[in-house]
Write a new protein. Structure first.
Length: 105
C-alpha cells in the first residue's frame, strides 16, 4: 500500500490548528467547492454545500469519504487562505468567493 501525500489544511481562527488531510482528496473537494461557491453578494448557504459539491466529485470519492466532514474542513482552509469569506449579518452561515486579487496564500 502506498502512502498518500499529506497536506496541512489551515483554520481561519489563529488559535486553532488545521487538520492534516490527504492532498488528493483535499484538492478534489477544493476544486468542487470553488466551482459551487459563487462570488455574488448572496453567496451560498453552508448547509447546502455538501449537496452542491456532489455532482463535481467522483462517485468513488463520495463512497469512501464523508462529504460533510470534507466540505467543512476544506471550507475552513479556503477561508483561512482568503479565497472565500463568510457573509456577515446573514443569520445562518453563508459563504462567497473573495475577489481573486487578494488571496492570503
Amino acid at each position: 500500500m502506498s502512502q498518500a501525500e499529506i497536506f496541512q489544511a489551515l483554520h481561519p481562527d489563529p488559535n486553532k490548528n488545521g487538520t492534516r488531510v490527504t492532498k488528493a482528496t483535499y484538492e478534489a473537494y477544493r476544486t468542487a467547492l470553488l466551482q459551487v461557491i459563487p462570488a455574488r453578494e448572496a453567496g451560498i448557504a453552508f448547509a447546502d454545500l455538501s449537496q452542491a459539491v456532489r455532482p463535481h466529485l467522483a462517485q468513488e470519492l463520495l463512497n469512501t469519504t464523508s462529504p460533510t466532514w470534507w466540505v467543512t474542513t476544506v471550507k475552513l482552509d479556503l477561508e483561512a487562505r482568503g479565497l472565500i469569506e463568510r457573509i456577515p449579518g446573514t443569520g445562518k452561515q453563508r459563504v462567497r468567493r473573495c475577489s481573486e486579487s487578494s488571496p492570503k496564500s
